[in-house]
Write a protein that binds this ligand. Structure first.
Ligand SMILES: Cc1cc2nc3c(=O)[nH]c(=O)nc-3n(C[C@H](O)[C@H](O)[C@H](O)COP(=O)(O)OP(=O)(O)OC[C@H]3O[C@@H](n4cnc5c(N)ncnc54)[C@H](O)[C@@H]3O)c2cc1C
Length: 646
């Protein structure tokens, strides 16, 4: 009997959906109908830009396309934070996914205009500012910028140099770039189209700094001329996203009326007194950034859609493209019949599914936390940790897998008309903006360790070791809704130990949990022992910190996959999802086989056998490859890839 017997194919009966459609319904989960409705409304004509367009033509095309999708209703679902209902919050995330089926410059320009500029007004502004400015941001009558990054500081936002100083005499703010390094840079909509900028800088009142705040600064007049005191430059040609006009902005003591400070988290009253409901400046800073979490969720979601597009193109091509005669026949062999080709595409498809299920969980968490004004700080931390981790995972996976897809299509993959090169170029920078991935993964580890400290904080080192030995492993791992099923499977798998089958989900979940738990435990111990004021001591742990973040996120993603399979009601789709989940889990375990061996979590024989199991699942999934990419939800007619036509 094959070790994969549990995975043998279940054929659809007449009243069941075709496999691709059933997979798609399961994959999109609770948001399937909403996503399908978005696809039905999407103005698909002219959704892809001619890759041969030059810079200025691409920018104009992108602006016009932004207007077209705006007229079709996309990008309007940003509401003031306090009055956001669950439906609108989710709709704004789904909208961004739908926009990402088309040209990614349009998606990013919408992200800048609606998500970042509109989002800053909605998340950081007061009622009257929202009434005055949000409508224009959403209907595109006021094109705007989100001006946070400076030449000198990108990831380190708390060290921004721009000053927003209150002038008692005039009652205005003065926005100033004190040095060359204080100029805002890489700012979307700055080089050509933006009229108003949400500018982040240090708020100074009576010589006292109150930390980073955001103020609306007019930068161009109605005719498009740059306003006095403002200098704007063009960042010029870049590695992708040619349709977005990125530029730099610097301010020479520009006067701005007091009521343009977006003051939900900190205001200056008519007597020039600073007030904030959050006294601790550090907490205030993180609360402000937390109000902008939506952008991060969207970028991860956009990268995921781009990956699905590339996987759909490469898999469909590999199914029809043949090379070399099949021995003993007159036929040539389809690329996808080669094991090496299956290794390129099928584990990536499995990971795309895994990340999609986790993104659904993130949607749930975002809507639940954001629509509840009285949510606990821990809930906000969980949301931000998940959003940071999935942004990093989705965008790094996009970069890795789109390149693999390009290579999997050989020379045809390199032709612009087949879309992969532009997808690759456009998603590249997703790893950097909305938070650099390495920095975000450190945030993930910080969130995980903060939760850990809440459990273990009171124990000294010896006490911690003793307690650790007494507790069941999962105690340091916070599991909520989606993870509860995985937790039960782990309990059963522990009893079986190494006798668990390779496709035993409990064994996968147990191994993922062990990797996370052990790495957190050991990192927490190292941190306690280290002098946390010493750069060298903390820096020496940075690789460990990143390992913790990845181990945590991999476990969260697997938990979400398990919950997604449980919710699937179609037997054929459920069976296929089980196989995909096995492929995802085994691929992750194989990638870290060295760690599992070094930490005695896996025997040599078991580690060696992983590859054989992976090959077997690939072999079994191959005949369903087209249904697998149909399940990822990208309509075939939207792929726009010349080599798939005819
Ligand atoms: C096309 C494009 C569009 C953009 N649009 C906007 C926009 O509209 N508005 C806006 O405000 N910004 C925008 N940005 C800026 C973007 O958000 C920043 O580039 C990003 O935050 C990274 O900052 P940085 O470029 O200064 O890189 P840095 O912070 O200098 O990072 C450089 C490298 O150093 C590493 N690094 C940094 N800190 C650490 C650390 N503590 N530990 C280990 N490694 C570290 C990073 O991982 C990275 O590899 C855009 C950028 C681009 C390229």
């Amino acid at each position: 009997m094959s070790t994969m017997t549990a995975h043998s194919v279940v054929h659809a009966s007449a009243d069941e959906l075709p496999l691709g459609a059933a997979l798609n319904a399961a994959f999109e989960g609770a948001y399937h109908e909403r996503r399908a409705a978005g696809r039905a409304l999407w103005p698909a004509d002219g959704m892809h830009r001619d890759p041969a367009m030059g810079l200025s033509e691409a920018r104009e095309w992108t602006l016009q396309r932004l207007k077209t999708i705006g007229a079709a209703g996309f990008g309007h679902s940003i509401q003031p934070s306090e009055s956001s209902d669950r439906d609108t919050l989710i709709q704004s995330l789904v909208d961004f996914e739908t926009i990402s089926y088309g040209d990614l410059s349009v998606a990013i320009k919408s992200g800048v205009q609606h998500g970042l500029f509109g989002g800053a007004i909605a998340g950081l502004g007061n009622d009257s500012q929202q009434q005055r400015f949000l409508g224009g941001a959403l209907d595109l009558s006021v094109l705007g910028c989100f001006a946070m990054t400076e030449r000198g500081h990108g990831s380190d936002v708390s060290s921004l140099e721009t000053t927003i100083s209150y002038d008692h005499e005039s009652g205005d703010f003065v926005v100033h770039s004190p040095r060359e390094t204080s100029a805002k840079t890489y700012i979307g909509n700055a080089a050509a189209h933006g009229h108003l900028a949400a500018v982040f800088g240090q708020l100074v009142v009576d010589g006292t700094q109150h930390g980073v705040h955001c103020i609306l600064v007019p930068i161009r007049d109605e005719q498009g001329a740059v306003l006095p005191g403002v200098t704007i430059g063009d960042n010029g040609h870049k590695g992708g996203l040619l349709g977005v006009d990125n530029g730099w902005i610097s301010f020479d003591s520009v006067r701005v009326p007091r009521d343009l400070l977006l003051d939900r988290f900190g205001s200056v009253d008519e007597n020039g007194r600073y007030r904030s409901s959050i006294e601790n400046p550090n907490r205030r800073f993180f609360s402000m950034l937390g109000a902008l979490v939506r952008g991060r969720i969207c970028i991860g979601g956009g990268a995921a859609v781009a990956t699905r597009r590339a996987l759909s193109i490469a898999t469909r091509y590999a199914d029809r493209r043949t090379q070399f005669r099949h021995p003993g026949t007159d036929d040539e062999t389809p690329l996808l019949d080669y094991l090496a080709h299956q290794h390129k595409l099928l584990p990536a498809i499995a990971r795309a599914y895994a990340l999609g299920f986790a993104q659904n969980e993130l949607f749930d968490t975002y809507a639940r936390v954001t629509s509840d004004p009285s949510h606990a700080p821990r809930a906000q931390r969980s949301l931000e940790t998940l959003a940071a981790g999935l942004k990093a995972f989705n965008t790094e996976f996009a970069n890795a897998s789109i390149q693999v897809c390009r290579e999997a299509c050989g020379g045809a993959g390199y032709m612009s008309e087949n879309r992969l090169t532009q997808l690759r170029a456009d998603t590249d920078v997703f790893a950097t903006f909305e938070g650099d991935n390495t920095v975000l993964l450190q945030l993930v580890a910080k969130g995980v360790l903060t939760n850990y400290r809440e459990v273990w904080g009171g124990l000294d080192r010896l006490g911690m070791v003793q307690a650790s030995a007494r507790m069941v492993g999962s105690s340091v791992i916070e599991r909520t809704g989606a993870g509860l099923l995985a937790e039960r499977l782990v309990t059963t798998a522990r009893r079986k130990g190494d006798a668990a089958a390779f496709y035993d989900r409990g064994w996968h979940a147990w191994m993922f949990e062990e990797r996370e738990r052990h790495s957190i435990d050991s990192l927490a111990r190292r941190m306690r022992a280290a002098d946390r004021d010493s750069f060298d001591a903390v820096n020496a742990m940075q690789d460990h910190v990143l390992f913790v973040a990845r181990a945590h996120m991999d476990r969260v993603v697997l938990d979400a996959f398990i919950a997604g399979i449980e919710a699937c009601t179609d037997p054929g789709a459920k069976q296929t999802l089980q196989e995909l989940c096995t492929l995802f889990a085994l691929t992750s375990l194989e990638a870290d086989a060295g760690w599992f061996l070094a930490h005695n979590r896996m025997s040599d024989a078991r580690a060696k056998a992983l590859r054989k199991q992976i090959n077997q699942v690939c072999h079994e999934l191959r005949p369903r490859a087209i249904a697998l990419v149909e399940g990822l939800g990208v309509p075939q007619e939207w792929l726009g890839s010349a080599m798939l036509e005819g």
